[in-house]
Design a protein around this ligand. Sequence first.
Ligand code: PLP
Length: 372
Amino acid sequence: MLPLLREHWGNPSSAHARGRAARRAVDGARDRLAAMLGCAPRELTFTSGGTEADNLALRGSVQRWGSERGRHVVVSAIEHEAILSSAAALAGRGEAEVSVVGCERSGRVDPERVAAAVRPDTVLVSLMLANNEIGTVQEVAEAARLARQVNPRTLVHSDAVQALGRLPLSPAGLDVDLLSLSAHKCYGPKGCGVLYARSGVGLTAQVDGGGQERGRRSGTENVAAIAGFAAAAELVEDERGAEGKRQARLRDEFEKVVTAATGARVAGRAAERLPHLSALLVDGASSESLVTALDLEGVEASSGSACSSGAAQPSHVVVALGEDPRRVALLRLSLGRGTSAAEMAHAARLVIGAVSRARVGCGPHPVQHPGR
Ligand code: PLP
């Protein structure tokens, strides 16, 4: 990224040499990501991140195909807010009708239930590959197959933002028409993402202007971030197998120790999960107090998803699991390539301490005051 910021900082739409160098960087990054995903470079549209890729997938396909194929959209209840809010906005404006498919207590979305929600006027099904709060992995290819049996014209989108560098990833393998990715989930820069759209799946642009990205997403490309995205994705893909095994081992040991000491439950344990993510359901504690207590001790944990305000909100995923967020805290810890066994053992001790203190707790307890 640094040479592109320091020397080759031209505009990729400029015809001069510096502009052409920037264009080569963007095209090269697109080629490398396409090679990794097993798709054609022209099927990739760079965006400002996973959120914009999700919005482009949903809004762009409803607006492009809705009048021909219908305006019904199917999403799962545990999608990221980028999908749920985008679908709600379409519904709010009368541009789409949205069906939400719930998940099992295990965090798995049943592909048969997805297909059962598909109708003759279903233009799009959106099912995330891996959940960002509990890490459960969905059977996207099976859901796509079953959905198309009901309606062959239905497009299938998957938000695979959490899966990059964690799971094998190809649009063909997942059998999807549209796929969203984000650079900062694989150690790339923030503010950069990509939407794969299968050749022939036209989308209505959501940002109009100079016609960059083949008219799909106008605006001067974030050249350094795009190059950083491709480099980061290649690095993480190279180490995926070994790192996944290592992190899953540390994660499983951490969960064994913490659940034995605290009685916390592991969200999604019965389903396939991402290897690096541990989501603990802690009865009788609040997510906010746990996260705050751990932060003071140097453990960077989260509750639900990281929302822009940082405010504690009940997690829609916890609700979808059939849990009562007033009684159960969600504590999410993620491992990365820099996380060691010693750090995980230390984190386990701190989590056990924080949970027992949160339960003794100061102030009224949600379990004793369910009306609150
Ligand atoms: N989808 C999922 C599953 C995510 O986890 C995230 C980010 O956490 C997003 C979408 C949004 O991506 P971005 O932060 O790049 O906008």
